[in-house]
Design a protein around this ligand. Structure first.
Ligand code: PGA
Length: 261
């Protein structure tokens, strides 16, 4: 099962790059996209909160063909939530995308399934495009329980989400054991899980939602992950911190889609 969705490549900068470095990277990406456009792929840059304003300024003033996202958002509208930001604050900055339930948020910042579901609801209600991150750790994979695990994550996040908001959801499969480790899931593992996720999404009337892969994606493995892994794009961490390696991934996705059309 594969789709003909237009690819989406997201650069998650995590807690890297201060605002000066962020501006520099966004400008470099802008220049390189102008020299060699990739009109068959959607690109989203996801800087740390404190860099967002600077990055959206570069994107707007230099007409860089990318959207800007945030790495997290709080599900509440406002109030006593020290250290958090709201959907309306992000929207005011020109943010169009948000990552929801990245495994680092889940494991390090107590983001349980209920919080993920509430965050997904709040994000989509405010018309932000949400990237729902799911994926098992190494122990679950060792026990061959990854499908049940990911299914439970998807069901808990999507259950109760208004049908009209579901088109705003993209799913990113990110096996925790592949994140930042240099170990990429095999093409068979990626393709099996992507197909499985698509079947679950069909039950939620979301057969056309994009399914991304994340976990040590780089310029070398991107083309085969798209072609044989059957994903609709990537959520990229480490390799998104340099314009060359990030755009090589964007180009791989772009060319793969262009070749299919
Ligand atoms: P990585 O991170 O590409 O550095 O493995 C992916 C992610 O966490 O989104």
């Amino acid at each position: 099962m594969s789709t003909t969705n237009r690819p989406l490549v997201i650069g998650n900068w995590k807690m890297n790059l201060d605002f000066v470095e962020s501006v520099h990277l966004a400008q470099q990406i802008g220049v390189m996209l102008k020299v060699k456009p990739t009109e068959h792929a959607d690109v989203v840059l996801v800087p740390p909160f404190v860099d967002i304003r600077s990055v959206t300024s570069v994107v707007t003033s230099e007409r860089v063909p990318v959207a800007v996202g945030a790495q997290h958002v709080n599900a509440h509208d406002n109030g006593a939530h020290t250290g958090e930001v709201s959907t309306s604050m992000l929207k005011r900055l020109g943010v169009e995308w948000v990552l929801v339930g990245h495994s680092e948020r889940r494991s390090m910042y107590a983001m349980n399934d209920a919080v993920v579901a509430a965050t997904l609801r709040a994000s989509t209600k405010s018309t932000l495009h949400a990237v729902l991150c799911v994926g098992e750790d190494g122990l679950v994979r060792d026990d061959a329980d990854q499908e049940a695990f990911v299914e439970a994550q998807l069901e808990s996040a999507l259950h109760g989400l208004d049908e009209s908001l579901r088109p705003l959801v993209t799913v990113a499969y990110e096996p925790i054991w592949a994140i930042g480790t240099g170990v990429t899931a095999t093409l068979e593992e990626v393709s099996a899980m992507t197909n499985f996720i698509r079947r679950v999404l069909t039950r939620f009337s979301m057969p056309a939602s994009r399914v991304l892969y994340g976990g040590s994606v780089n310029a070398e493995n991107a083309a085969s992950l798209m072609g044989e892994g059957g994903v609709d794009g990537f959520l990229v961490g480490g390799a998104s911190l340099k314009a060359e390696s990030f755009l090589a991934i964007v180009r791989a996705a772009n060319d793969c889609y262009a070749g299919k059309r």
